[in-house]
Design a protein around this ligand. Structure first.
Ligand code: 13P
Ligand code: SF4
Length: 325
């Protein structure tokens, strides 16, 4: 049971003292006809009350197919925005509107528009990693996630130059896997680039039999050490199917909760950075159970965007969902 303060600030209705937050979230969810979608990096308490926990691709499909009136998206801003783009008539809530993403920040739409104009002679086919704003999606031909990037890049027109935005590490990994040449935007995930060759080698010396499972947002040097490079969702399947009993998981710390829950009896060791035993995304961790509860009480903060941008951003998302079925 979580004890809560009774004071209300800024007009926000505060929950009663002694209220069981998780139970009340479930009650409110029913009352509001809401669905709670949570990314694998959310804190365990949020994952445990969510209707669906998954990677960006799984969450996009869930957002597209839900018949709930309200989507409470526990993830970062671009994820909730994606849910709104494919669901313009639904209310989409994000418990903390400040939950951004360093990758998304690295590629402002104005900068991409200027780049495309400056390089108009290249006639770029723009492939955007889903970790970008609606404005960037609106300038793109197709969207990818880490779970489908290889398939979608393989299907890209052979007679066009490809510009891949905004993650140079994911883009580099896709080039290695597909052999397709792409020009890469110089963005990265501030969490995944913190893992270093040395930090992963050190932990591997302690657990020499544990396969190293890394997210493709990691640097080339770290990916080279990995037994498997995959999206967060695919990590679950890999660890389930592998005969190994221990794994070094080189991604954000929230992933460990799902792995421990869904693959019981195996040991999951967080990949360390040079400074920390595990890596937290400060944006993902901005959402808390309290803020999720407040979002359902107040029906805010809500994701909104100009219809013109939404319409243009929807096309490459639908193309992705179609191509990766
Ligand atoms: P996944 O789609 O693999 O869950 O990745 C999302 C993300 O933000 C990784 O940092
Ligand atoms: Fe963005 Fe990295 Fe956080 Fe994922 S882990 S939301 S890519 S900053």
């Amino acid at each position: 049971m979580v004890a809560l303060l009774e004071t209300a600030e800024n007009g926000i209705v505060a929950p009663r003292v002694g209220l069981d937050l998780a139970e009340d979230i479930l009650r409110l969810k029913r009352e509001r006809n809401a669905v709670i979608l949570a990314h694998n990096y959310q804190v365990p308490e949020i994952q445990d009350v969510a209707d669906f926990v998954g990677d960006s691709l799984g969450l996009s499909y869930q957002a597209q197919k839900t018949d709930a009136a309200v989507i409470v998206f526990c993830g970062v801003h671009f994820m909730a925005e994606t849910a709104k783009i494919v669901n313009p008539t639904k209310t989409v809530l994000l418990p903390d509107l400040e939950a951004g993403c360093s990758l998304s920040e690295s590629c402002p739409p104005e900068k991409l528009a200027a780049f495309l104009q400056q390089h108009a002679d290249k006639n770029y086919y723009v492939i955007a990693y889903i970790n970008c704003s609606a404005g960037v999606k609106a300038l793109s031909d197709v969207i990818v996630t880490s779970g489908n990037a290889i398939k979608i890049v393989e299907a890209a027109p052979r007679d066009r130059n490809i510009l891949f935005v905004p993650d140079q590490n994911l883009g580099g990994w896709v080039m290695e896997q597909t052999g397709r040449k792409m020009d890469l935007w110089a963005g990265n995930c501030y969490v995944h680039v913190e893992f270093t060759r040395q930090s992963i080698e050190r932990i591997h010396e302690q657990y020499p039999d544990a396969p190293v499972v890394a997210h493709p947002e990691c640097t080339f040097a770290v990916r080279l050490l990995a037994d498997e490079v995959c999206s967060t969702e695919k990590m679950i399947g890999y660890c389930k199917d592998s005969p190994a009993n221990a794994f070094i998981i080189v991604t954000e710390s929230g992933m460990l909760h799902r792995l421990r829950k869904e693959v019981p009896g195996k040991l999951f060791i967080p990949g360390p950075t040079d400074n920390c035993a595990c890596a937290d995304c400060r944006f993902m961790k901005m959402n808390t159970l309290e803020k999720l509860h407040a979002a359902l009480v107040n029906m805010a903060p809500e994701i909104t965007m100009p219809e013109e941008i939404r319409r243009r951003a929807e096309k490459p998302i639908l193309r992705m969902l179609e191509l990766s079925r």
